[in-house]
Design a binder for this molecule. Structure first.
Ligand code: SF4
Length: 368
């Protein structure tokens, strides 16, 4: 369809009829996700919260196996609160953004310490719990308790920007998009409405080439009427991520144990295990200087190639040095021995190792 033909379609400004059309579509087309319940059933706030925390910065497909493993091991918020943080971090390993796991554990404990041991219902109270920001508070209030709240994630931002043809680029447009999305939120079925917007964004109103011909909101959509849907939402040009560099030291003991170190609780990958490394800096350290920081004295040699990993705010490149050391090997001052432990290779799969450190281990051990 051409842009000219589209202008000839009558545009129905987004409003209550838009909401009704979207809810009808949701009733027949909604995605079957493990944290959703059948129509008429009450969602379990614990499951809604767990899924929403996992879905922050992570796609649905990656979340589902983690969600099912967490629920299998800790079926209630009280079970999760009673778990050790190390077990929670180990179960979370690979999902990224590890502060979420630490806050998940803190939040479970905060909920069980409330007088009724239950999640609060309102956005305001939910937002006072660890790890629950404005978006997640609104999502839990709407989905678990059907409170009139408007969570606005990336999918909902995109649908709203197109429905109202908002041309202001993101992130400056965020506040306006939240306000516009809130004008649509109905008094009844606020949770279904939020999930319907999420589903529409995930399946029909996709970032590139939205399927407007199949969209229940086609006659309400200002961007479609103007033929500009693929240009929205507009975004400010992104700045290139800076690069950082470091050297990781994998000490492999003759009895098949590797040396790992626990990172400090605060900061990037906090509380997770790592292969000891130099600081991650803007430039490479000269190898002779770097080798002075090895955690064990030994015959260190470089593993050919390097490990690359992209974090939200920077790209990391690590060279990896490997040494095979006797079982009696003593740690150097640089290892920070209090935070170190030797772990058997066969147990590494269950260790709280972030993805970047799994890459280091795979790189270093592929021929050992
Ligand atoms: Fe998105 Fe197209 Fe539907 Fe508009 S008509 S909401 S651009 S899929």
């Amino acid at each position: 369809m051409t842009a000219v033909a589209r202008r000839q379609l009558p545009l129905r400004p987004a409003g209550p009829d838009t909401v009704a059309a979207l809810l009808d579509w949701y009733d027949s087309e909604k995605r079957d996700l493990p944290w959703r319940v059948r129509k008429g059933r009450r969602p379990d706030p614990y499951r809604v919260w767990l899924s929403e925390i996992m879905l922050q910065q992570t796609v649905v497909k990656a979340v589902i196996p983690y969600y099912e493993r967490f629920l299998g091991r800790w079926p209630t918020v009280a079970d999760l609160a009673a778990a050790s943080l190390d077990d929670v971090l180990a179960m979370w390993a690979g999902l990224g953004y590890y502060s979420r796991a630490r806050n998940l554990h803190k939040c479970a404990q905060a909920v069980t310490q409330r007088s009724d041991g239950k999640f609060p219902r309102t956005e305001r109270e939910l937002a006072s719990l660890p790890g629950i920001g404005p978006y997640t508070a609104a999502a839990i209030a709407a989905i678990a308790f059907n409170e009139k709240a408007t969570p606005v994630d990336g999918n909902i931002e995109r649908v709203t920007a197109r429905l109202f043809a908002v041309k202001t680029p993101l992130p400056a447009a965020k506040r306006e998009l939240r306000r516009l999305a809130a004008t649509l939120t109905p008094d009844r079925r606020a949770g279904d409405f939020a999930q319907a917007m999420m589903d529409l964004g995930a399946t029909v109103c996709s970032p590139r080439r939205p399927s407007c011909l199949m969209c229940p909101l086609q006659s309400d959509c200002a961007a479609h009427a103007k033929g500009i849907e693929e240009q929205l939402p507009a975004r400010m040009a992104k700045q290139e991520r800076p690069s950082r560099y470091g050297i990781a030291f994998l000490a492999l003991r003759e009895d098949g144990h590797v040396l790992l170190r626990k990172r400090p609780e605060a900061g990037l990958l906090g509380g997770m295990l790592e292969v000891p490394s130099t600081e991650w800096q803007d430039e490479w350290l000269p190898p002779d200087l770097a080798l002075g920081a090895a955690p064990v004295r030994g015959d260190w040699w470089p593993v050919p190639g390097s490990v690359q990993h992209t974090f939200t705010h920077f790209k990391l490149e690590l060279l990896v040095y490997l040494a095979i050391v006797p079982a009696s090997a003593a740690l150097t001052f640089w290892a920070e021995p209090d935070r170190c432990q030797w772990i058997a290779r066969r147990d590494l799969h269950a260790a709280a190792l972030p993805t970047v450190m799994r890459k280091v281990l795979q790189h270093a051990l592929k021929e050992q």
